[in-house]
Design a protein around this ligand. Sequence first.
Ligand code: XMP
Length: 602
Amino acid sequence: MENKNKIIVIDFGGQTANLICRRIRQLNVYSEIGLPSDSLNNLKDCKGIILSGGPSSVNEQGAPKVSKEIFKLGKPVLGLCYGHQLMCQLLEGKVEQGKVKEFGTAELEIETEKPLFEGLNHTQTVWMSHGDTVKELPQGFKAIGKTSDCNTAAIANTEKNFFGLQFHPEVTHTPNGLKILENFVLGICKCKKSWSMKNYIEMKCKEIKEQVGDRNVFLLASGGVDSTVALALLHKALGSKRVYALHVDTGFMRLNESNWVGRQLEKLGFGNFHIVNAEKEFFECVQDLVDPEEKRKAIGQKFIDIQNRELKNLDLNPEKWLLGQGTIYPDTIETAGSKYAATIKTHHNRVDSIKKLVDAGLVVEPLNLLYKDEVRELGEELGLSEKLVWRHPFPGPGLAIRCLCSSGILNSEDLTNIQKRAEVIAKEFGLQTKVLPIKSVGVQGDARTYALPCVLIGEGDWKMFEKASTKITNEIKEINRVLRLFAPDTIDSVELIKATLTRKRISLLQQADNIVMRAVADADLMRDIWQFPTVMVPLAINGGGESIVLRPVDSMEAMTARFFPLDKKVLQKITNEVMALEGIGSVLFDLTNKPPGTIEWE
Ligand code: XMP
């Protein structure tokens, strides 16, 4: 980037550098990530430098460092956490292991307001996460803020415009962190607000053109927000003929989804969008399975097979083709232990044949530094419709995981005893309850649970139901989800039905899901609700058809979630329409937060 009106963020590992850049973009200022090993020359064309946090200790061997010379460039420098300690060490202060490891929020008492804390109240909540502490300040520095455990939580050498913060202003747990960064970037570094999504698109198109040269790009488009926005950006940079997009219809998509996505893209002029219909193969590969993990594995493997086959059929010459992907930043930081890393994200982005292309530098990922909300903004700027841009996240195996299967037999502890304990708690809230004979996945700490749901029956407000739900899952470890009954009014009997993934069941779930999605769009709630799985469970209540569970949630990037208290009218409309479907006998609402539930049922 030739732009000189920018901040360079030196990356010391972990995830903080990219998040700092994102915050700087929120201030409409350009930023760029630099590496500790970059030459000093790279730092000359910027208005200020931020030394990021990182997982190392400055005193350990091999810890990443920058040259001391950066403090002679005459640029403002802000060190954050590890960067703050490194700055102190390089300028001959002292960093030691602290007596206490501070982790979590702390109260910062501000001692000197200007210029870094200008406009902030005297006491600020900040997010701390460190073991080492600055024990002696370098010459010319003084403390400008303290916490009860750290006398050097904020320091400054105002003459030279060097600042250090032990805490993390870039995370949302530091509520006024963005204001602190603003004071540094706009006030101290005097950056101009010249970043905008429009400029970003221009810059990215130029970069894409340079990388791709006279080759073409192949992209697998799921129809989700990320791959659609990546497609639109590549299309803008290279034109329709040079971008080939392939969509695999697994049969587990939403009602008519593949065709809908195809039509939307056609309307936008993406003429080179192709759909492979692989429904038959997908249904065949799961026809005898009931275990959720086995279903996932079979679908993941089938996807890989089909993808490899299609790539082979296309016979793309690597000298003429690059692979485009809609990978966004949170995808790249998914931990190795993440539940899905090996199944879907990997099968879309990193199958063997594609890995070879990645290793050879033949992959273009124009969204890989952006976060979801930025991708949506970019999509809107590129002219994609609100309907495409504000779609909810949808798992790769789609409705296959939201359609629970069963052998018809429950392997479980004695339900009578669990039922009795649940009744005691429900009664405290004036409710009745019924423990249901099926298990689903939940999460507690880092551990997966596979436990029972119970359903609450009665009247009350959402707050009361949430309290009852939390109490039940806290006190009865055999229960990991709590539901609320919307139809029928009471439960006389419940039967677990033998069921696998059939076209008939998926078609029924598609219709229920379609009713829900339409109701949510009509009530203008697509943006307020983060994700809304509609789940089909093979339980027949009072001798009726299968059960539908509604699972709307509010979430931050899916790590944790709260159930979304739907408006009564919307719920009533959904319930009436879903109950009218032939084969459905009850409608339940999931009251569980994550943890202890997960967002998806499976
Ligand atoms: P849970 O159910 O663990 O889900 O709370 C967290 C987020 O991950 C999505 N999810 C998947 N995404 N492939 C994906 O790409 C999958 O197999 C998969 N399973 C769950 C889920 O929709 C939620 O947003």
